[in-house]
Ligand binder design. Structure first.
Ligand code: ASP
Length: 323
């Protein structure tokens, strides 16, 4: 298996396999699909979800479609919580986290990566080209360079200006809710009926140096079991990590819950254990093997995107609090 072959030498061109495949796949439109492909993602990341949905309809596999989808937000300079243009940590450095999981249960992750935009694609290469699941910081960056990923300045003029503004008060408090701009967690079902996912973030704005949240942690920010379904999270990473929310949702679905009921139960676990739950947001999306989907969150304002049969629609999530 590829994963067992640890390749320490340069493998330029591997990015084209993970990202460029999108272009190739989009050319073949008239295929007979065995299953209806579905893409869902956190927040109103409409373009990202549409890109994934269309890629799936063109025959791309679930993992590559999810990576191509999240890449849209990683490359969106206006998105201040994912990829290039993401808010920096309190020292002014943009550090990114991501993970991917495929339909065979293989997974890869990178944490605290500086200077590389497409961290979900790098996570895929960790999965494929190393015997490991997670690479951090400098090691992940050296690996990305050897894999041929392009080094870039991730701090944009506007994110630097916002950071300088923040420095005036250095007010560090976890975000309760941000509409339409946050971590992107994506789940895709391809025309084989296989489910895979990707999750990518710059984490909490102005976070402590070295802080890593749930997003790159398999089981917390993302989990997929192709026999059952998948789940992804956004919101206060520390709380999501305490309950391994995405893993929990998949296990609840395995035991018979619908994606909606499983998302609700996962949020309730956090709510019940944490009297301070009014002070932060936790939100989940989920999809099962039958293509049913669901989402739930603590605070109002969360939405997910769902692409199905050419239709990309935003679905407002129900919430625990009606604030
Ligand atoms: N879950 C992310 C983190 O804690 C942030 C977010 O989704 O807003 O890093």
């Amino acid at each position: 298996m590829d994963r067992r072959r640890f390749i320490s030498t340069t493998a330029k061109g591997s990015i084209a396999v993970s990202l460029g495949i999108h272009l190739v796949a989009c050319k073949s439109k008239s295929r007979i699909m065995k299953n209806t492909p579905i893409a869902i993602c956190t927040w109103a990341f409409s373009k990202a979800n549409e890109a994934a949905g269309k890629a799936l309809e063109s025959g791309m596999n679930a993992l590559d479609a999810a990576i191509a989808g999240v890449a849209v937000e990683e490359e969106n300079l206006k998105n201040t919580t994912v990829g290039k243009g993401g808010a920096p940590d309190r020292e002014g450095n943009v550090t990114l986290d991501a993970c991917v999981m495929d339909h065979n249960g293989n997974c890869g992750a990178v944490v605290c990566v500086e200077g590389y935009t497409n961290v979900a694609a790098i996570a895929k290469q960790v999965m494929l080209q190393t015997p490991h699941v997670m690479l951090a910081g400098e090691g992940a960056q050296e690996f990305a360079e050897k894999q041929g990923f392009k080094k870039e300045q991730l701090l944009t003029e506007s994110s630097e200006n916002a950071y300088r503004e923040w420095l005036k008060t250095e007010n560090y408090k976890p975000i309760i809710n941000i509409e339409n701009h946050d971590t992107i967690g994506m789940l895709c079902m391809d025309d084989n009926g296989d489910i895979a996912g990707a999750c990518s973030t710059s984490g909490l704005s102005y976070k402590m140096k070295g802080r890593v949240g749930d997003s790159p942690i398999i089981g917390a920010g993302l989990f997929v079991d192709n026999e059952v379904g998948g789940a992804a999270a956004t919101g206060m990473g520390e709380e999501i990590m305490k309950s391994l929310g995405s893993f929990l949702i998949v296990e609840l679905m395995r035991n018979g819950m619908s994606p909606q009921a499983a998302c609700e139960e996962a949020v309730l676990r956090t709510v019940r254990k944490n009297p301070d739950h009014k002070d932060f947001q936790v939100a989940y999306i989920a999809m099962n093997k039958q293509g049913e989907t669901g989402s739930y969150c603590i605070h109002q304002g969360f939405a997910m995107m769902e692409y199905r049969e050419g239709n990309n629609r935003q679905i407002s999530s129900t919430s625990y609090l009606n604030d």
